[in-house]
Design a protein around this ligand. Structure first.
Ligand SMILES: [Mg+2]
Length: 388
């Protein structure tokens, strides 16, 4: 029977952290994610996830629900266009685009599961079978002594097989210099090191920090400046040898076109769970190749978000190609997050520093609904009993 979407369910999944941590902007004490499940008349279903404030995202999904019910999930671009038209007048950037993204991802998962094909096939095929994860960590557990746990944490990542680590900066140029120098000493010269300030700096501060740390072989400086300052990003790029990365606060092909035209970035980092979903990320990737700018997607969520990135990276075109391809990187957050670790099955495995891209239908994962009910606050299952 022709597939028709019959049901859209949202889940706010919340988990308190055992220990809060900081980055340059604020403190994290919990992880909270909005998920969406879309089911069709044949009983097939797909899962999606949005990146952004979960409660607001959920409202956006509710707003879009009436125009999705009854649609055929095979027509993901047509559905995407309807959602875009519904929100264009009010939200060309921001959380409503993340709501569109969550729905689009669930539709692509459903489409893949219905056709028995992985999402990488739906968007044109997998250029590669594996990615190299990099560890996102090195947040500040103690603002008075931010480098307190660096040694222990870095060793943990290296023992897990990571060959690249991204650390947080944004505490001031002097403190950052001290921390980056220390980190390079701890990990030696063979591990890639990236830094991320989460747009903590004014231009002169970002330039000063860049010049001071060029000696430490930094693979990229992520969000040195406010995402609003396209020209300042371009100026910074001209004045440092450190590649400049960003894009997690950007939306839609139109926003990314502006970043590309302004020559703001060496590396584009769309978050597929907020930039417009898989359907739009594919268009952003086409734009990026037109400008010769590589993509390393931003990920910060559950196993759904990570699998979205895996399928997308599988399909990323490399121009120019070469016999021995440079590794394609996957952002793999390592901060405390039980939603990321337990929500989806099968689990993600790192082997010899690499992650195999799943070839199962859809996103290649399913949601373990027992955990879902735990984390979304239901009393049905005792959280400790299930999680431990
Ligand atoms: Mg970042």
């Amino acid at each position: 029977m022709e597939s028709k979407i019959t049901k859209i369910e949202t889940y706010i999944v919340r988990d308190k952290l055992s220990q809060s941590f900081y980055f340059s902007q604020w403190k994290y004490s919990e992880r909270c994610i909005c998920l969406v499940k879309i089911t069709d008349n044949n009983g097939n279903y797909g899962w999606g996830e949005g990146y952004g404030p979960a409660e607001v995202l959920e409202v956006g999904i509710k707003l879009l629900k009436p125009i999705i019910i009854g649609e055929n999930p095979m027509n993901n671009e047509v559905i995407w266009s309807k959602m875009y038209r519904k929100t264009l007048d009010f939200a060309r950037k921001g959380v409503l685009v993340a709501s569109i993204s969550a729905i689009d991802i669930a539709i692509m998962d459903l489409k893949g599961k219905t056709l028995g094909l992985p999402v990488s096939n739906l968007i044109g095929g997998a250029h590669r079978k594996k990615v190299q994860p990099y560890a996102t960590g090195m947040y500040f557990s103690d603002l008075k002594n931010p480098s307190k746990n660096y040694q222990k944490e870095a060793e943990k990542y290296i023992n897990m097989g990571f060959k690249a680590i991204k650390m947080k900066v944004g505490l001031g140029v002097k403190q950052d210099f001290h921390n980056v120098k220390l980190m390079r000493e701890i990990i030696g010269n063979d591990i890639m090191l990236m830094i991320d300030s989460n747009h903590a700096y004014e231009y002169n501060e970002a330039l000063s920090l860049s010049k001071k740390i060029e000696q430490f072989d930094i693979s990229w400086f992520e969000e040195p400046l406010s995402p609003e300052y396209y020209e300042q990003y371009a100026e910074l790029r001209k004045n440092t040898i450190i590649p400049i990365a960003g894009g997690e606060c950007e939306y839609l092909r139109f926003g990314f076109l502006q970043l590309l035209k302004s020559k703001s970035l060496d590396i584009l980092q769309p978050d597929i769970c907020s930039c417009g979903g898989i359907t739009e990320a594919k268009r952003i990737a086409a734009l990026a190749t037109s400008y010769g700018v590589p993509i390393v997607p931003h990920t910060w969520g559950s196993g759904i978000g990570i699998h979205v990135a895996l399928q997308f990276i599988a399909n990323l075109e490399s121009i120019p190609g070469r016999l021995v391809e440079a590794p394609f990187l996957l952002e793999y957050d390592q901060t405390e997050n039980r939603i990321r670790d337990y929500l989806t099955i099968p689990k993600i495995e790192i082997k010899n520093g690499e992650i195999q891209i799943p070839t199962n239908p859809g996103l290649g994962v399913d949601v373990d609904e027992r955990f879902l009910y735990d984390f979304s606050g239901s009393d049905e299952i005792d959280i400790k009993k299930v999680v431990v």
